[in-house]
Write a protein of this length. Structure first.
Length: 73
């Protein structure tokens, strides 16, 4: 799961890149908070390194990005 914090709405706008790559499972923008707007992408990739590489290909100026592994139960 990729969380993106920015001063602008970005998650839904840049999701098309991940759709074309065939890795996007879900995306959305979250309620604005004190640090600005947050959004998320739920992606299906092999490992953390692939997730980092996919996110690096997207232009995200002035954003804070956090990549977390989702526990499979």
């Amino acid at each position: 799961m990729v969380f993106v914090r920015s001063p602008d709405v970005v998650a839904a706008r840049h999701a098309e890149t991940l759709v074309r790559a065939g890795v996007l499972l879900d995306a959305g923008d979250l309620v604005p908070g004190m640090v600005g707007v947050s959004g998320y992408w739920l992606i299906d990739v092999r490992d953390h390194e692939e997730a980092v590489e996919r996110v690096r290909r997207i232009a995200l100026p002035a954003c804070v990005v956090e990549i977390r592994q989702v526990a499979v139960v």
